[in-house]
Design a protein around this ligand. Sequence first.
Ligand code: UDP
Length: 238
Amino acid sequence: MNIKVGKLIYSGKAKDVYETDHSDKVVVKFRDDITAGDGEKKDSLQLKGYYNSIISSKLFEVLEAEGIKTQFIELIKSGEMLSNKLEMIPLEVITRNVAAGSLLRKFPFEDKQVFEPPIIQMDYKNDAFHDPMLNDDISIALNLATKEELDSIREITLKINKTLKEFLANKGINLVDFKIEFGYDKNQNIVLGDEVSPDTCRYWDIETCDVLDKDLFRKGECGVMDAYKKVASMILDP
Ligand code: UDP
C-alpha cells in the first residue's frame, strides 16, 4: 500500500504513532527505548524496535487467522507497522497462565502456580495513578467501558490467550502472562491494538525454562536482545 507518513500524533514509552494520508490509518514506529518500573529504569537497546515489530506482526497475523480483529495491516519496513487507527481504551488487560511478577508481590500465590482457567486482570492505564487494578464497577463508573464491552473484551482476551498459548507452545515457548490493549475502530468494533512482544509478555523457554522477555531488563540481567532475537527466530521458524 502506498502511504505517506504525516505528523507524530502520539509518543509512548517505546512506540510512536504517526498519522498518514489515509485518515483511518496510522504508522506505528517501534523504538529501541526500553523502560521498567513506571518508566524509572530506562535504556536504549539496538534493534529492539525491529525485533518487537516483527514479533508483534507475526502474532497479529496468527490472531487474524483465527478471526480475531487486530489493528495490524502490514509491516511496511523494519520497525514500522501500518495499522488501522483506533480510539484506544485506557485498560491494560493482563492474562495470567502462570503466577509471576506483580501478582506474587500482591497476593499469596505460589511462584509458578498454574492457572487453569487463566486469570484475567484489568488495570487502569494511567501513569499518574500508577496503573491501579480495576473491577467492573470502577471501570464502568470511570466511563472506560460498558458492562457489555467489558464482557466482550474478556471473551476476546480468552480467545487470544488460547490462540497465542497454543501457537507459542508449538514453537517451544511457555506463555506465562501478557498485557494487551484494545481500541475502537471507525465502525466502533473492539479491536486488539498496541503490541504483543517480549516487552509486554512473559515468555519462558519450555525446554530450558530460560526467561526470554523484558524481565531480563527489569532484573538488570544481560542478554536482553539475545532473548528477543531468540523469540523472533523461534516464532518465525516455519
Ligand atoms: N505488563 C506490561 N505493561 C505494564 C504492566 C505489565 O506490558 O505496564 C505486562 C508484563 O510484561 C507482564 C504482564 O503484563 O507480561 C504482567 O505484568 P505484572 O502485573 O506481573 O507486572 P510487572 O511484574 O511486570 O511489574
